[in-house]
Design a protein around this ligand. Structure first.
Ligand code: CO8
Length: 258
């Protein structure tokens, strides 16, 4: 386990495991959390043994947002010149698959952090919201954009303009959440999903993630062309040979990430 001030970083086999750990502030995201998460991601990206990453919080809160006490005294120039929180983009650029395992509050920046992850697994206790409007601001780490793409304009407007929370059931119905599990099973389920992903070929899961994410950035025609070209390119890697040969020989595939 590495030594960080505001997170715990573990390796569970092939899964990198980041636990946000500022319990007294309900895991509010301050500059130190950002530094720590980025350092952990850099470490996990370099580690060839790691095939997927889980980000989680506590039973009570995944993260209750950006740290309001840190932001409260800042001026426009502080925010602008430091491009406050722009470095959270590092998570979106992380190339291996990521899973957010959310129990309790995922509000504001916490909801945004969960939405940057590729798969969002919620405990039945999870509460999602973008309450920034009540603070006299708007979402700032992608909430107005990613939430709208995930759940559509009607619900995104409802949440962003009223600041109300939605529970796990509503979030799943709306398409924000991949699956809901009883709170006691959240971490085991997240590990199982991450482990399944990590058992696949790493270059292929990375490319699959990139292909799905491309759908948010481009037209359907360009996205389909991108998909077809990268599909073709997979025939240059050993894991495609192994995966298809294993099927034909009726045995489990043994991927080597080559
Ligand atoms: N920031 C700082 N401290 C927080 C935060 C937060 N976001 N959330 C909770 N805390 C602290 C509380 O101040 C309290 O500390 P203390 O004990 O020292 O008073 C402690 O955590 C426990 O919180 P509560 O006593 O309030 O616990 P409750 O169970 O009564 O309530 C809630 C839980 C409902 C989650 C409540 O704490 C709350 O409403 N929190 C704020 C939620 C919020 O508004 N989040 C959005 C923040 S703004 C944001 O995320 C913008 C992101 C974009 C920034 C990027 C800019 C470019």
């Amino acid at each position: 386990m590495s030594d960080f001030e505001t997170i715990l970083l573990e390796r569970k086999g092939r899964v990198g495991w980041i636990t946000l750990n500022r319990p007294k502030a309900l895991n509010a995201l301050n500059a130190q959390v950002l530094d720590d998460v980025i350092a952990a991601l850099d470490e996990l990206e370099r580690d060839d043994e790691i095939g997927a990453v889980v980000i989680t919080g506590s039973d009570r809160a995944f993260a209750a947002g950006a740290d309001i006490k840190e932001m409260q005294p800042k001026s426009y120039m502080d925010m602008f010149l430091n491009d406050y929180f722009a470095r959270w983009d590092r998570l979106a650029q992380f190339r291996k698959p990521t899973i957010a395992a959310v129990a309790g509050y995922a509000l504001g920046g916490g909801c945004e952090l969960a939405m940057i992850c590729d798969i969002l697994i919620a405990a039945d206790t999870a509460k999602f919201g973008q309450p920034e409007i009540k603070l006299g601001v708007i979402p700032g780490i992608g909430g107005s954009q990613r939430l709208t793409r995930a759940i559509g304009k009607a619900k995104a407007m409802d949440l962003v303009l009223t600041g109300r929370n939605m529970d796990a059931e509503e979030a799943e119905r709306a398409g924000l959440v991949s699956r809901i599990v009883p709170a006691a099973e959240l971490l085991a389920t997240a590990l199982e999903v991450a482990d399944t992903i990590a058992s696949m070929s790493l270059p292929v899961t990375m490319i699959a993630k990139e292909a799905v994410n491309r759908s948010f950035e481009t037209t359907l025609a360009e996205g389909l062309r991108f998909e077809r070209r990268v599909f073709h390119s997979l025939f240059a890697i050993e894991d495609q040979k192994e995966g298809m040969t294993a099927f034909v020989e009726k045995r489990p595939a043994k991927f080597t990430n080559r």
